[in-house]
Design a protein around this ligand. Structure first.
Ligand SMILES: Cc1ncc(COP(=O)(O)O)c(C=O)c1O
Length: 418
């Protein structure tokens, strides 16, 4: 793979002539081009042998019994919930600070997302808030809870020890939203490894990218079979098997409601090449994160991401907090102060954009999104840590190919814009 991080020296161009720095950029070279060309020439571009090969590589890399490729991280979550037997009227616990897809997948089933607050230091679900939320439910509501969906957000593992203890106590299934978790681990255990099912995403903001794409991983062969069937309209025979076997002239039976959540062989061929580069992608992301950590040390208003003891961060995103100490009143989060600081954070992001530096809020507080707020009558301060993360998080550009000189430019612009 060519080293596109060659230019490590600061540019002498005037700031207005510098190329913009994007928030993320997928990295491809001749390997992906050749692999895609081979699929195009093969005459089979839909789900077929490349998808099967990508699944095998992915399962082996992470040590799962099965990996089932699908069209996106969102469809992975939807099918994992269905395969776990979640039904309309059930309830599923999830953090309030995550991408909307986590909650949407639960809504697709007709189940209810039970939101809980996060630990603002890690942006991940707070086990104490899970217990507090359970205490606030009436016995019927509590018995409706059938699963918990921890999210390993931004490439940092969710607190799986506590989650497993709670799930064991209440008999919940664990379906991990590991959309951002590829390459993350804690105490030597990879993201997704401790859940019955984990769901990964290969969207352009993720560590490897197939354009769109997702993967469900599990050790349970019945669950894997169920996801395989559901992704293909619940057909009893796959399209590829029908076309390459005998008797393909007749359509198979469809015994249940299924979906078209198939990944194409074009995407899978890209995925296979991206997996070969994964160790290098992860190593360079960690190097780049260390550069930011060092550059940000002297900037009091920006709190760099923390890495808990024993964790390896995959840095799917490098997400800081803007002036978090000023949002505290004693030990509590002052939501009025958060809203005031959010205006400054937003101005800061606008100024950086004008300087050609793309930043983003980390992700959003689901309870503040109009659909969820109105449907479940949430108030902004119901989940103060999630609100603070929504309003004060700041993701800096990070991707394979960003140079230390680019990062110096980002931090200089940040300092000048504060
Ligand atoms: C935490 C989280 N969950 C789910 C998803 C959905 O993945 P996809 O975009 O592949 O559908 C994302 C993607 O951005 C995500 O960040």
């Amino acid at each position: 793979m060519p080293d596109i991080r060659k230019n490590h020296t600061a540019s002498s161009l005037p700031a207005e002539c510098e190329p913009p720095i994007p928030i993320a950029r997928p990295c491809y070279d001749e390997a992906e081009e050749t692999a895609v060309a081979a699929v195009l020439r093969s005459g089979w571009v839909g789900q077929g042998p490349q998808v099967a090969a990508f699944e095998e590589v992915f399962a082996e890399y992470l040590g799962f019994g099965h990996a089932v490729a699908v069209s996106s991280g969102t469809s992975a979550l939807h099918l994992a919930l269905l395969a776990a037997g979640i039904k309309p009227g059930d309830a599923v616990i999830m953090p309030s600070f995550t991408f909307v897809a986590t909650a949407n997948a639960i809504e697709y089933i007709g189940a209810r997302p039970v939101l809980v607050d996060i630990n603002p230091a890690t942006f991940n679900i707070d086990p104490d808030s899970v217990s507090a939320t359970l205490d606030s439910l009436n016995p019927d509501e509590r018995s409706n809870v059938k699963a918990i969906m921890p999210v390993s957000l931004f490439g940092r593992c969710a607190p799986m020890g506590e989650i497993k203890a709670l799930a064991g106590q209440y008999g919940w299934k664990i379906i991990e939203d590991a959309a951002c978790g590829l390459g993350a681990s804690h105490h030597g255990i990879s993201a997704g490894r401790e859940a019955e099912m984990a769901c990964f995403s290969f969207h352009p903001r993720k560590v490897i990218c197939t354009g769109e794409g997702g993967m469900v991983t599990t050790d349970d062969s019945r669950v894997a079979d169920s996801v395989r069937t559901l992704r293909n309209h619940a057909a009893s025979v796959s399209g590829h098997d029908r076309h390459t076997g005998t008797g393909g002239s007749r359509l198979p039976d469809f015994k249940q409601l299924g979906y078209n959540y198939r990944m194409t062989d074009i995407q899978a061929a890209i995925g296979i090449e991206q997996m070969k580069k994964l160790p290098q992608f992860l190593a360079t992301r960690r190097e780049a994160a260390a550069v930011y950590d060092r550059l940000l040390e002297s900037i009091p208003h920006i709190k760099a991401p923390v890495v808990p003891e024993g964790h390896i961060h995959a840095y799917q995103s490098y997400v800081c907090l803007y002036r978090p100490d000023e949002a505290l009143s004693g030990q509590s989060i002052d939501t009025a102060a958060v809203e005031k600081l959010a205006c400054h954070r937003n101005d800061l992001m606008d100024r950086l954009e004008r300087a050609g530096i793309a930043t983003r809020q980390g992700t959003h507080a689901v309870h503040t999104l109009a659909y969820y707020r109105d449907r479940y009558c949430f108030k902004a301060d119901d989940f103060p840590a999630s609100l603070m993360a929504d309003r004060l998080s700041l993701a800096l550009p990070l991707y394979y190919g960003i140079t230390p000189a680019d990062q110096e430019r980002v931090v200089t612009a940040l300092t000048n814009s504060l």
